[in-house]
Every structure is written in structure tokens, then in C-alpha cells.
Design a protein around this ligand. Structure first.
Ligand SMILES: NC(=O)c1ccc[n+]([C@@H]2O[C@H](COP(=O)([O-])OP(=O)(O)OC[C@H]3O[C@@H](n4cnc5c(N)ncnc54)[C@H](OP(=O)(O)O)[C@@H]3O)[C@@H](O)[C@H]2O)c1
Length: 237
């Protein structure tokens, strides 16, 4: 029997990551749901698997190089290859937007560093470790944000904004180096989504937010690479 396509999603025991796993599994992917908290991650994977989808758990802290290496080694041993990587794990390191505390003049550099560690360097390490497992054909989705758009850059929250702008640069660098391969790399803004990060007043459900991520994760061979998208539509950097 041929193996189903394999998708790896980071930070996936709740929010957009979990819903992305559900939608990819619905499309026939074998999904490796990863999370740094083992009990929560395992429970989330088992919850989806109980409904039928092919979902397995693997522990992953995206800021820990040893954890990333372990994931790559286990994926190679167990599946031989992967078809899709969704860099979803993210943090909003800054104080609540709107207040004086979120001003760049009050920004604590350790907060900014934490943003980079999780939102930029984590995806970089995962791309370095897992794109070789795509063997020349695959899809990478960097879950970014409108708050990282240079064309719409405003004040406040430098930890989050700088890390997502840098993540977008990572998308461009990778897409360029991979241009003659079948590996496509894109950034996706999911919109403002009701999750722990987005809060209860956000305009979109997780189902709606994850749809644009899954669109980029399942692009056909003639689909775009090196772009920034929201709900499947190109948006400016
Ligand atoms: N919600 C929105 O409106 C919105 C808008 C634009 C972009 N986004 C982006 O969408 C992505 C998903 O966010 P969300 O809204 O679903 O927020 P969320 O519910 O807060 O989910 C974030 C996930 O990332 C995980 N994570 C954080 N640091 C990690 C690490 N070092 N290793 C592994 N996992 C880690 C969290 O797990 P822990 O519990 O372990 O921290 C959690 O599972 C993020 O990249 C975010 O920036 C969201």
C-alpha cells in the first residue's frame, strides 16, 4: 500500500495548529502533531485520531536544537520522507497592544530575543532539518502575520513585529534557494483569529483562519512559491 503524504505541524495542541492538523488529516494526510507539552500534545492527537484521522504525536520544542534533531531523526526512521511542514508555533512576547508598555521605547531586549527565538529561529531550524526530508518535493508554510508587513508597519509590539518580518525574509531566502526544486515555501497570515493569542474578539473562527494555511500546505505543483498570502490571496510584504 502506498504511504499517505506526511505533514508536520508545530505548536499544534491548540488554536490554529490543531485545526490545521484536523483539516490536513481530513484531506488524507498522515499528520504529525507536535507540541512541547507532551501530555497536552498527546491528548490532542488522540482526540483527533479518535474521530478517524491519521494523526500521531511527536514532542517538539521549536527553540531547542536537540528537540528539532530528534524529530528529524525519528521522521526519517519512521516515514523516510515528509511532504509538508507548517511552522505554526508562535508567541506574542510583547505587553498587550495599545498601552504605553508596548511602545518600542519600553521594549525589553530579552522580550525581543524571545520573539526571534520562537517565531524566526525555530522555523529556520525546522527548515534546515526537515526540508532535506522532502527529497525535492514539498510544501513549507510559515505562519506569519499582517503585523510583520513592512507595507503596513505601525508602532507597538516590536518583539512580535520584528520576528514576523524576519520570518517573511526567511520565506524569501528559502524560496530563492529552492527555486529549481519542487519545494515551495510561502508565508501565510491567517487573519485575526479567535485563539488564545487572537483573543475572544477576533473576527475569524479557527476553521476560517486555518483554511488559508491548509491552502498553502496543499498547493499543486504549478502553485506559487516565495509569496505572502491571506485566505489564498497574495498580500504585500
Ligand atoms: N490568532 C491570530 O489572530 C493570529 C494572527 C496572525 C498570526 N497568528 C499566528 O498563528 C500561529 C498560531 O497562533 P494561535 O493564534 O493558534 O495562538 P496560540 O493558541 O497561542 O498557539 C500558539 C501555539 O504555539 C505553541 N508554542 C509556543 N512556543 C513554542 C515552542 N517553543 N515550541 C513548541 N510550541 C510552541 C504554543 O504552545 P505552548 O502552550 O507550549 O506555548 C501553542 O500551541 C502563530 O504563529 C501566530 O503568530 C495568529
Amino acid at each position: 500500500m502506498t504511504q499517505p503524504p506526511i505533514a508536520v505541524v508545530t505548536g499544534a495542541y491548540r488554536g490554529l495548529g490543531l485545526e490545521t492538523c484536523r483539516q490536513l488529516a481530513e484531506r488524507g494526510y498522515r499528520v504529525v502533531l507536535t507540541a512541547r507539552h507532551e501530555a497536552e500534545g498527546r491528548a490532542a492527537a488522540e482526540g483527533l485520531a479518535a474521530l478517524g484521522p491519521d494523526v500521531r504525536f511527536h514532542a517538539l520544542n521549536v527553540t531547542d536544537p536537540a528537540s528539532v534533531r530528534r524529530l528529524a531523526d525519528d521522521l526519517r526512521a519512521e516515514h523516510g520522507r515528509i511532504d509538508c511542514l507548517v511552522n505554526n508555533a508562535g508567541i506574542f512576547p510583547d505587553p498587550e497592544p495599545g498601552g504605553e508598555a508596548a511602545s518600542i521605547f519600553r521594549a525589553d531586549l530579552d522580550t525581543v530575543r524571545r520573539g526571534f527565538e520562537t517565531n524566526t529561529l525555530g522555523p529556520l531550524m525546522l527548515c534546515q532539518a526537515l526540508i532535506p526530508l522532502m527529497a525535492g518535493r514539498g510544501r513549507v508554510v510559515n505562519v506569519s502575520s499582517g503585523m510583520g508587513q513592512l507595507s503596513d508597519m505601525n508602532g507597538c509590539c516590536p518583539g512580535y513585529r520584528l520576528s514576523k518580518t524576519a520570518l517573511n525574509a526567511l520565506t524569501r531566502i528559502l524560496a530563492d534557494e529552492l527555486q529549481d526544486t519542487g519545494v515551495k515555501v510561502n508565508s501565510v497570515c491567517p487573519g485575526w483569529v479567535r485563539t488564545e493569542m487572537g483573543g475572544p474578539n477576533a473576527t475569524l473562527s479557527v476553521e476560517e483562519g486555518a483554511r488559508g494555511i491548509v491552502w498553502a500546505a496543499t498547493l499543486p505543483d504549478d502553485g506559487p512559491s516565495g509569496g505572502f498570502f491571506r485566505h489564498g490571496e497574495s498580500i504585500p510584504w
